[in-house]
Design a protein. Structure first.
Ligand code: UDP
Ligand code: MG
Length: 313
């Protein structure tokens, strides 16, 4: 029989954990195709989350708990879950019941039918989220997809099922700043969407205030796009072209007499524009090299082999 871990990052979730456990345990007990475990990652909660989790673990030995020494963030919490799970399958899910655990059997079913390594859940409806959050999310994915090396599925969070092959590939990635949904898209293998309606948070407040959301978006951009580095090149080039055109215009103006200026003004302006452009341009070139170094420092493998045929025969 297959084994499955449900990976749950928790930060100050005392109001929802019991109910999350009740509903999820119910689902896991009724699973026919897999034996289910739960891994809770307590991401440095300051409320009673810690004691509630310890209590659940003391009465249910299929519940594992990882406590962080402080709040490291949602992504490190999920990463710890993936690093520490030994099962065939894992489902990443939020503790606040926005993502219904009742969908787990459908995810397994999709994984089996489609032979997909990753089944990522796409939100059709997002209840209880502000128009602002939905709009910023939409703009973010639009921008990211025009800038990134990998395609980011829209309206997709970290709620997904991933199999052992994908977990192992993920666990081999050495970079420290992990943007999980991007990395899982990046590792490849067969990935299939699963459409669902996202509920409102059961209780409590979002643990993703605007500041954390911005930091999250910045991480995605810096780790998955080198296009911002191109900006100074384009700007520099534009400045140089404008500088040259302007120089020509003024020079012709002097010859044909349609511009009369104080001596020295023309050359000063031209020099400022031109050298400003050159500086941006060279900064941009440096940026390209930094981009290459950046990729190296991250140390992602150049490729991941899924299968080798006839090598060891
Ligand atoms: N979370 C976490 N560490 C943090 C912030 C959030 O482990 O620093 C957890 C949180 O407990 C929840 C999940 O990440 O299980 C998603 O957070 P939340 O529901 O607040 O985000 P939203 O759904 O509002 O984007
Ligand atoms: Mg939530």
């Amino acid at each position: 029989m297959l084994t499955l871990s449900v990976i749950v990052p928790c930060y100050n979730e005392e109001e929802v954990i019991q109910e999350f456990y009740r509903r999820t345990k119910d689902v896991l007990l009724n699973l026919k195709e897999a034996e289910g475990f739960i891994i809770f990652i307590n991401d440095g909660s300051k409320d009673k989350t810690r004691y509630i989790l310890d209590h659940i673990a003391s009465v249910d030995n299929k519940v594992k708990v990882i406590h962080f020494s402080r709040n490291f963030g949602h992504q490190p919490a999920v990463t710890a879950g993936l690093n520490n799970c030994t099962t065939d399958l894992a489902v990443i899910i939020d503790a606040d019941l926005q993502d219904p655990p009742e969908l787990i059997p459908d995810l397994i079913e999709t994984h089996r039918k489609e032979e997909a390594s990753v089944v990522y859940c796409v939100r059709k409806k997002r209840k209880g989220e502000t128009a602002f959050k939905k709009w910023t999310a939409k703009m973010f994915y639009k921008t990211m997809n025009s800038m990134s090396e990998v395609e980011f599925p829209r309206d997709t969070g970290d709620f997904r099922l991933i199999d052992r092959k994908a977990i192992d590939a993920f666990n081999k990635l050495p970079e420290k700043g992990k943007y999980i949904r991007g990395l899982i898209a990046w590792i490849g293998f067969k990935q299939t969407p699963f459409y669902y309606d996202r509920d409102a948070r059961l209780a409590g407040e979002t643990k993703y205030p605007v500041k954390k959301m911005l930091a999250f978006a910045k991480k995605a951009l810096l780790y998955f796009s080198k296009k911002p580095l191109m900006l100074s090149i384009s700007l520099g080039l534009a400045a140089v072209i404008v500088g040259i055109a302007y120089a020509l215009w003024i020079w012709l103006g002097h010859i044909f007499g349609y511009i009369i200026t104080t001596t020295g003004w023309t050359s000063t302006i031209i020099i400022i524009i031109f050298f400003g452009g050159i500086q941006l341009l060279t900064v941009g070139v440096l940026g390209q090299y930094i981009g290459v170094l950046f990729d190296e420092v991250k140390g992602r493998p150049e490729y991941i082999i899924e299968e080798k045929v006839n090598f060891d025969s």
